[in-house]
Design a protein around this ligand. Sequence first.
Ligand SMILES: Cc1cc2nc3c(=O)[nH]c(=O)nc-3n(C[C@H](O)[C@H](O)[C@H](O)COP(=O)(O)O)c2cc1C
Length: 394
Amino acid sequence: MAHSQDRRTPDPVHVASSALGGPGAPAQRRRGDDLPDGVVGNGTARPELIDLDALEERARELLGPEVADYYAGGAEGEVTLREATPAWRSWRLRPRVLTGASDVRLRTTLLGAEVATPIGVAPWAYQALAHPDGERATARGAAAAGALMTVSTSATTSLADVAAARPAGPRWFQLYRLHSPAHTDDLARRAGDAGYRALVLTVDLPVFGRRLREAAHGFALPADLPLPNRPDGTVPAADSPVWTLADVERFGRVSGLPVVVKGVLRGDDAARCVEAGAAAVWVSAHGGRQADPVVATAHALPEVVEAACPTAEVYVDGGIRAGSDVVCALALGARAVFVGRPAIWGLTTGGADGVRAVLDGLSAQLVTTMTLCGLDDVASVPGNTVVPAVGGPR
Ligand SMILES: Cc1cc2nc3c(=O)[nH]c(=O)nc-3n(C[C@H](O)[C@H](O)[C@H](O)COP(=O)(O)O)c2cc1C
């Protein structure tokens, strides 16, 4: 495609174009286990214990340092990135005994759409850098796990083609403001037409965070990387007018879809979004890639829930790496959680099967932790299931 390099570079940086059409290692082998049917994914999965650290290491080997660091990196001093997972671990579970809970129900609804697990796939850009099948493979993997997938504006597959890859699976479309307001409106409209169930406005990217790892490698997108959702060939947002609260109502009208506002870290902002018509608020620090250092999502979540619920649903992402992190998030009031990098590692190492293995592995951990805590339904995890650890949360 004939876009000029400077207009296509997401940050002032270079990647070897050999990374495009990257590796697709064979699907991971599954190990049988004794989970009751129907509690994980679509009930047919037999998830093995997943070792996310080993998966990340394998993905890094396959991707090479430039792309691996593009995916892994955060902004500035990477404080937000480093603190995300430890912040979940600054809460402690309070297991309840003798509840009789055995069969754990993972099934829930997100804005009315049924999902088999409250663990979804966050939107992330340029998936063809991780695997030749890119977003199509992620879509198939998420659908096999019964999980919701959010497709990025910066996808390397058009929103219609991702929809075709998983006609039955629930999916949302994540919108960035492009240079051209007409293109931005058109994308929102097409998401509605293509059967996406919600429009996710990512509002924490008025400019790009300064990502020093990318600069160190001189990372830039391959010139032939397809970006079909960005027909004007522009990078999102960075030098476009910023969004305002009025856009929440406007894009809902344009798309005909419920609007989820992603990138909220404060209760007062959550209240403003709900007041403006948002159906849901997504607590996120963009995986530590934007403002830094910011409050960890595990610590911002309670005030957002307080401000938004029960009028709107609340979701959270950032550093979720274990079933126990999910239980904490649910206890703190989130209806669902999303993972970014773990899905990247799954896609890189195993395509659709790899994405499914990550989601099923986390869901299996969730089942175990729920059972050990005497809980049997992800839609009703009591707030008193968690307590700050001694000395935390900070
Ligand atoms: C490589 C990468 C690309 C991303 N691209 C997008 C994007 O296009 N749109 C968006 O809303 N968020 C994007 N995000 C943020 C994720 O949606 C999510 O908030 C974050 O990855 C969650 O943290 P985790 O990676 O620790 O799970 C991206 C994150 C990463 C790591």
